[in-house]
Design a binder for this molecule. Structure first.
Ligand code: ADP
Ligand code: ZN
Length: 526
C-alpha cells in the first residue's frame, strides 16, 4: 500500500492536489463514502483513481460514457495503471480475459457500464475479487429530473447493501439542489461526506445579446474581442445543426478567421485533424455541434460563443466552462432570438418522451430563458441555479457592466394580447409573430387584405415599436410565459398568465434590447 501523495506524483505526475481533491482522496482512502459536486474540468477523476490505487483491490468505476471508456482506459494504461473495462461493445473472449484479470487481483481500475453492473453475472463476478471502492461517475444520471436520466442508475443504490464495507464515491458536475438530494437518496449515500466545489468562474465574462444577423454579430464579436494582444485567439463556436456549423465556419473563414467545422457527420480523419490543429495551433476557431468538447482539455480557449440557444443551463455552463481553464480573462458570448425559443418549443412538443419528460425539458428551457432575459447579474443568476449563494453583483458580466435599460411594456403587451384575443374571437384563428407584428404596425400586406385583418380594432395601434422592437417584446413575453407558441407553425396563444396582464393587474417590464454590435462589423460580407 503506497500513500496518496506518492501515487499522485509517481503515477499521475502531478505535484499537488487541486481544490478539494486532497480531502476527498483522504476521506475515501480511509473508507468513507463521498458525494462530489465539481464543475467539468475540476479534476473529478483523480478523486477516485488515486484511492483505487492506494487501497487494496480494484476500483469499480460506473460510467455511462461507453464511447469514452476505451480512451480513458488507454490513457490510464499509458500511465502504467492496470485498467480495463466491461461493456456491450466487447467480444466474449475479450470480456473473459478482463474477468480473469479481475478475479486474480491484477486490476487497479475496472470501468463498467451501468447496465452491465446490474446483471447477475457481473455481480457474481464482483463477489469473486477484492473491491477497493465504487466510483459512480456522472451521478446525476440517477435524477429523473435531470436531462440525462438513466434507469440503470436507480439500481446502483443496492451496492450499499451488497458491499457494505466498500466505500462509494458519487461524482457529478450538476450541482442543483434537487439533483444533489436525489443522488444522496437514491444512491443510499445518507452517511456520505459532501464536497461541493465553488462553481464560479470569475475570469469568464458572460454576455448574451439579441439575435439579428447571428453570423455578422459573431464576426463582429470575434473581431472586437476575440484577440489577445492583437493576435487571433483560440475559440469554440457552438451551433445547433450541422448545416449551421458548416455555413458559419465557411462565413468566418471567408472573412479571415482561421475557422474549421466539427460535427459527427464529418469523416473521422477530418475530425481528428481538426482536433489536433485546435489543440496545437494558436488562434484556431472551431465551429461545432455540442459533441465537441467532451474530454477536450485546452487551457487557453479565450472565448466560447453560442449562436443558438443551448437546451439547458447545465449545458450552457458546461460549454462556456471550456473557456479560460488557465484562469486568464475569457468571454462567454451568446446570441439568441425569438426563432430559437420557437424552435426549441417545437422540438419539445415533438419529442418522443412521455409527458413528464417533456415537462422536464420545458423547465430546462424556461431556466435558460430566464438567464437570457434577466436584468440582474448573470453570474449571480447562474450560480443561484446551481444552488450557490450569490448576493453581490459580479461586475464582470454584461448586465453588471452595462445595465440593460428597461421600460414599462404593459401597454405593448396588452395590445399584443388583445390582438390575439380578437383574432381568436372574430376569426377563430391564431397566427405567428410575423403576422401579429404586421397587424400591430398596420402593414399593408396581401395576407392582411386577404383575411380582412385591417378591420381589427388593433390594426395599426402599435406604431410605437418598430418590427424588431415588437419581435424582441414577443420573445420576452414568450420567455416569461405570458404567451406561448403552439403547434408546428408556432402560432401564439394565451396562457394562464395572460389574463392578469390584460386586466392590468400585473405590470410587464421589458428590456429595451437594442441589438448592438451588428453595426460594428466593419468589412463583413453578407
Ligand atoms: P473532470 O472529470 O472534473 O471534468 P478531469 O478529471 O478530467 O476533470 O480533470 C481535468 C484536467 O485537470 C485533466 O487534464 C487532469 O489531468 C487535470 N488535473 C486534475 N487534477 C490535477 C492536479 N491535481 N494537478 C494538475 N492537473 C490536474
Ligand atoms: Zn454580473
Amino acid at each position: 500500500m503506497s500513500d496518496m501523495w506518492h501515487v499522485l506524483e509517481s503515477t499521475f505526475g502531478y505535484e499537488s492536489f487541486r481544490g478539494d481533491q486532497e480531502e476527498i482522496v483522504g476521506h475515501v482512502v480511509g473508507g468513507g463514502d463521498a458525494v462530489v459536486l465539481m464543475p467539468t474540468g475540476g479534476g473529478k477523476s483523480l478523486c477516485y483513481q488515486v484511492p483505487a490505487m492506494v487501497r487494496d483491490g480494484c476500483g469499480i468505476v460506473v460510467s455511462p460514457l461507453i464511447a469514452l471508456m476505451a480512451d480513458q482506459v488507454a490513457a490510464l494504461r499509458e500511465l502504467g495503471v492496470s485498467a480495463a473495462y466491461l461493456n456491450s461493445t466487447q467480444m466474449p473472449d475479450e470480456r473473459a480475459a478482463v474477468e480473469d484479470a479481475f478475479r486474480s487481483g491484477e486490476l487497479d481500475l475496472l470501468y463498467v457500464a451501468p447496465e452491465r453492473l446490474n446483471t447477475a453475472g457481473t455481480r457474481n463476478l464482483l463477489q469473486q475479487g477484492k473491491i477497493a471502492l465504487f466510483a459512480i461517475d456522472e451521478a446525476h444520471c440517477v435524477s429523473q429530473w435531470g436531462h440525462d436520466f438513466r434507469p440503470d442508475y436507480l439500481a446502483l443504490g443496492e451496492l450499499a447493501e451488497l458491499w457494505p464495507d466498500v466505500p462509494r464515491i458519487a461524482l457529478t458536475a450538476t450541482a442543483t439542489a434537487r439533483t444533489h438530494a436525489e443522488i444522496t437518496e437514491r444512491l443510499h449515500l445518507g452517511g456520505a461526506r459532501h464536497f461541493v466545489a465553488d462553481f464560479d468562474r470569475p475570469n469568464i465574462t458572460y454576455r448574451i445579446v439579441g439575435k439579428a444577423e447571428p453570423r455578422k454579430q459573431l464576426l463582429a464579436f470575434i473581431r472586437s474581442e476575440g484577440t489577445v494582444d492583437g493576435a487571433p485567439a483560440t475559440g469554440i463556436v457552438y451551433a445547433l445543426s450541422r448545416a449551421s456549423v458548416e455555413k458559419t465556419a465557411e462565413f468566418l473563414a471567408a472573412n479571415g478567421v482561421d475557422a474549421m467545422p466539427y460535427h459527427a457527420g464529418l469523416d473521422r480523419t477530418v475530425r481528428q485533424r481538426t482536433l489536433e490543429r485546435f489543440l496545437r495551433a494558436d488562434g484556431v476557431v472551431v465551429v461545432a455541434t455540442i459533441a465537441f468538447g467532451m474530454g477536450i482539455d485546452k487551457p487557453d480557449v479565450r472565448f466560447v460563443a453560442h449562436i443558438d440557444l443551448p437546451k439547458s443551463v447545465e449545458g450552457y455552463y458546461q460549454e462556456t466552462g471550456r473557456a479560460g481553464r488557465d484562469g486568464l480573462p475569457s468571454v462567454a458570448w451568446m446570441t439568441y432570438g425569438l426563432a430559437d425559443v420557437m424552435q426549441q418549443r417545437r422540438l419539445i412538443d415533438q419529442s418522443d418522451g412521455d409527458a413528464n419528460h417533456r415537462r422536464v425539458q420545458q423547465q430546462h428551457l424556461d431556466a435558460m430563458l430566464a438567464l437570457c432575459e434577466t436584468v440582474d447579474c448573470r453570474r449571480g443568476q447562474l450560480l443561484r441555479y446551481f444552488g450557490q449563494d450569490a448576493t453581490q453583483p459580479c461586475g464582470n458580466c454584461d448586465t453588471c457592466l452595462s445595465p440593460p435599460a428597461t421600460s414599462d411594456g404593459t401597454v405593448a403587451a396588452q395590445k399584443l394580447l388583445s390582438t390575439i384575443v380578437r383574432l381568436q374571437r372574430e376569426f377563430r384563428q391564431s397566427f405567428g409573430a410575423g403576422h401579429l407584428v404586421d397587424i400591430l404596425r398596420g402593414a399593408d400586406t396581401a395576407r392582411i387584405r386577404e383575411f380582412g385583418h385591417d378591420r381589427l380594432t388593433t390594426y395599426g395601434i402599435g406604431t410605437e415599436l418598430d418590427a424588431a422592437g415588437w419581435r424582441s417584446a414577443i420573445r420576452q413575453l414568450v420567455a416569461t410565459g405570458i404567451i406561448a407558441p403552439q403547434g408546428d407553425y408556432g402560432v401564439l396563444t394565451l396562457t394562464e398568465k395572460s389574463g392578469p396582464v390584460l386586466r392590468g393587474d400585473v405590470a410587464v417590464m421589458l428590456r429595451n434590447d437594442p441589438v448592438r454590435s451588428v453595426t460594428r462589423s466593419r468589412s463583413a460580407k453578407p
